[in-house]
Design a protein around this ligand. Structure first.
Ligand SMILES: [Zn+2]
Length: 406
């Protein structure tokens, strides 16, 4: 059970910030931004940004960071867009949001409105987070709020799917900022209660079965890569995941075959394994790998011809480390206090986000929602509703300033 320390130095720090007339002014301005932010939100959502093809959206962010008046704007070697406020330094409080979506660039991302809801693939995950990033930057510059520890803004690439947290890995392992981010806060999707402080670990595999292929009638009895895949998936689906620690598996993509009456030469699948516990993840991984190897043995044994045997290729295509931010950490305590300041009860969460990397490196990092409600995330019927956006942005601004005015 998580215990909240009620009298941390954080509380008085936040009370002091709330009395600052410039912060009060910044909050008033955020309240009035609804229309502007919604237009920005729609614009961002309609720029396609599939994982590994985020450059068009990245260029837009580079331009917006410049227009807003942030400094030291750049697109790094990974494709992340970064900028500072007020000026480059040796230590930063970083606010980030991922640029990429799970949708291919052929997807229609035109936003349509029905009632209070805006519908479009990616409208919530993560156009909502990205517009939050710009809103915080805009307010800081317009009100000329100068934090003691400068802010680093980062629009990252490769957060989704097989992007495997590419952008944030570069930021913390190779970029010029790798040793200077003191606190990392990531906006991912809508919401206000959620504080992700535990990093959900995952392992992703591509499995390929290869055989000679042949005619469905004339060559019946030779090994069949698609049948082997079926055997493996069936064994996999029998795995009973525990309720605690929460774990999950998913065969997300299957490919193979060329016609209904051809025995395929090749079949492959991409599989996602997740658990909040590193040891449970490794149990799940062992079950998965033995299912695949057992399927290979069974399919080869079923072959009528000794020279017809399948080959198996196992590739790791993603690995996200797990970890947990200490419940007494300054960042988590400050996030809880600022959330409660706005009358919201925080919900402490475990998820796979850009914060996985700094958390796994022992740094202080969390992921927050950027306000609003959502549904159908990662589907073509994804929607967003603007409820409480201003409140969530005010909470995050207060949090960042409190972290910077330690
Ligand atoms: Zn996301």
């Amino acid at each position: 059970m998580f215990k909240f320390k009620s009298h941390t130095p954080t509380t008085s720090n936040i009370a002091k910030l709330l009395k600052d007339p410039r912060i009060e002014f910044a909050f008033q301005k955020l309240e009035l931004l609804s229309e502007t932010l919604m237009q920005e939100h729609i614009r961002i959502c309609q720029i396609p940004a599939p994982t590994f093809s985020e450059s068009q959206r990245a260029k837009y962010f580079y331009q917006r960071f410049s227009e807003l008046g942030l400094l030291d704007n750049k697109i790094d070697l990974a494709g992340n867009v970064t900028a500072c406020w007020p000026s480059p330094a040796s230590n930063y409080v970083c606010l980030s949001a991922h640029l990429d979506t799970v949708f291919p660039d052929t997807t229609n991302c035109q936003v349509r409105k029905t009632g209070n809801r805006y519908f479009a693939p990616g409208i919530s995950d993560n156009a909502a987070g990205l517009v939050g990033l710009l809103a915080i930057a805009k307010i800081l510059v317009e009100v000329n709020l100068v934090p003691q520890v400068p802010f680093l803004f980062a629009a990252t690439v490769g957060e989704e799917g097989i992007g495997d947290l590419k952008g944030v890995k570069y930021l913390f392992q190779e970029s010029e900022y790798k040793n200077s981010i003191q606190y990392f806060v990531s906006f991912d999707g809508p919401g206000i209660e959620r504080i992700t402080y535990r990093a959900l670990g995952s392992k992703r595999y591509k499995i390929t079965f290869t055989g000679s292929g042949g005619h469905s009638w004339g060559d019946f009895g030779i090994v069949n890569p698609i049948h082997a895949l079926g055997r493996a998936i069936s064994k996999m689906a029998n795995y009973q995941t525990p309720q605690h620690p929460a774990s999950a598996y998913n065969v997300g993509i299957i490919e193979g075959g060329s016609s209904i009456n051809t025995i395929a030469e090749q079949a492959c699948m991409q599989v996602d394994l997740r658990s909040v516990s590193a040891s449970e993840l490794s149990k799940l991984e062992n079950h998965f790998l033995s299912s695949v190897k057992q399927a290979l043995i069974e399919e080869n044994l079923a072959s009528k011809y000794s020279d017809s045997q399948l080959e198996l290729q196992i590739e790791v295509i993603g690995e996200r480390p797990s970890g947990e931010l200490s419940s007494t950490s300054h960042l988590l305590q400050t996030a809880i206090t600022t959330t409660r300041t706005f009358g919201v009860t925080p919900y402490l969460d475990c998820s796979s986000t850009d914060a996985n990397i700094p958390i796994s490196l022992g740094l202080e990092a969390i992921t927050l929602g950027a306000g609003g409600n959502c549904g159908g995330c990662h589907t073509l019927s994804e929607w967003y509703e603007e409820t409480d956006r201003a409140k969530s942005l005010k909470r995050t601004l207060l949090l960042l300033l409190a972290l910077a005015h330690r």
